[in-house]
Design a protein around this ligand. Structure first.
Ligand SMILES: NC(=O)c1ccc[n+]([C@@H]2O[C@H](COP(=O)([O-])OP(=O)(O)OC[C@H]3O[C@@H](n4cnc5c(N)ncnc54)[C@H](O)[C@@H]3O)[C@@H](O)[C@H]2O)c1
Length: 284
């Protein structure tokens, strides 16, 4: 399949490289010229085990290309991944200006059907807002399009492995056409037995936040138990092991320590789980 990926950061570059390695033709759009210049030479601007090798192999075999021209990206493929940043804004909310800019640029250059896929971590119901943005800027209102949600769960440091070996793939779609494209795209994964969960876009968007919050809650919870252990003279590792053998609880994310952080955390979640002792030790 042909795929366009907008934004060559952690998520976009790993998505682009992995889909190319699976045999797709990928065009990656990156607006920062210093990054683009490196990428065109097969140098990854970030360090991720295996990424440079994967990039160089797929550049050599002609499956991945880079550009800063979004119009080229829009005409290249019907399937367009939005992998732009959604940092915390000054008001504490997710800053969606990069999502808005990319959606507007896609709309302005669309001449036929496009499936726009949110891979960025966005507030629930952002797909509705993306749809409105596209409708506002599209030149011909008769051109059909879909917006889907396909949240990413990779961890920095094991991004390629995580992308290629997902616990699950979550896809939120609203049309049969979008569903078929996503099923086709992820066939190499489903053929290997990785679960593909098809939901509505709102559910997919929420699954990302609900999963992150739940993991943060586990870390916060075990840290509170660690405080209690100090008071009563118990060993937190013994307590965590004892809890973790219970299959309903599980041992993962029950390591007391300095907390969690990461680009996918929005302040409401942080405030709610402030017992997590904020740090960047566990990137969610
Ligand atoms: N980094 C992670 O571990 C991780 C994991 C899961 C999900 N996410 C989410 O994925 C999204 C992307 O994260 P990231 O870490 O890759 O961000 P990033 O900031 O590293 O990368 C975003 C890239 O998009 C580019 N960009 C922005 N607007 C553009 C445009 N209009 N045209 C072309 N390029 C454009 C930027 O220049 C940048 O290189 C965020 O929403 C983040 O929360 C991140």
């Amino acid at each position: 399949m042909k795929i366009t990926v907008i934004g060559a950061g952690y998520v976009g570059l790993v998505t682009a490289a992995c889909f190319a390695d699976l045999g797709n033709e990928v065009l990656c759009v990156e607006k920062v010229s210093s990054k683009l210049e490196k990428l065109c030479r097969g140098i990854s601007p970030i360090y991720e085990p295996g990424l440079t090798e994967m990039l160089q192999k797929n550049i050599k075999e002609g499956r991945i290309h880079f550009t800063d021209r979004i119009e080229e990206g829009v005409s290249f493929a019907d399937t367009i991944f939005l992998c732009v940043g959604t940092p915390q804004g000054d008001d504490g909310k997710a800053d969606l200006s990069q999502v808005e800019e990319a959606s507007r640029q896609i709309a302005q250059h669309m001449t036929d059907y496009k499936l726009i896929i949110e891979k960025s971590t966005v507030p629930v119901n952002t797909h509705q807002w993306v749809k409105k943005t596209v409708k506002r800027y599209i030149k011909n209102p008769d051109i059909p399009f879909d917006v889907a949600s396909n949240p990413e769960f990779l961890r920095e440091g094991s991004a390629i492995y995580d992308f290629m070996n997902p616990d699950r793939i979550v896809v939120g779609v609203e049309s049969e056409r979008a569903k078929k494209i996503m099923e086709e795209l992820y066939r190499p994964f489903t053929e290997k037995g990785f679960p593909l969960l098809i939901t509505t876009p709102a559910a997919a968007e929420l699954i990302k936040h609900a999963s992150n919050s739940f993991l943060a809650m586990k870390i916060s919870y075990i840290n509170m138990i660690a405080d209690l252990c100090e008071k009563v003279g118990a060993d937190i590792n013994e307590v965590a092991d004892g809890m973790g053998y219970d299959k309903r609880i599980g041992r993962a994310f029950l390591n007391a320590g300095i907390g969690y952080g990461g680009s996918c955390f929005h302040p409401e979640e942080l405030a709610f789980y402030k017992q997590g002792r904020w740090s960047r030790s566990v990137n969610l």
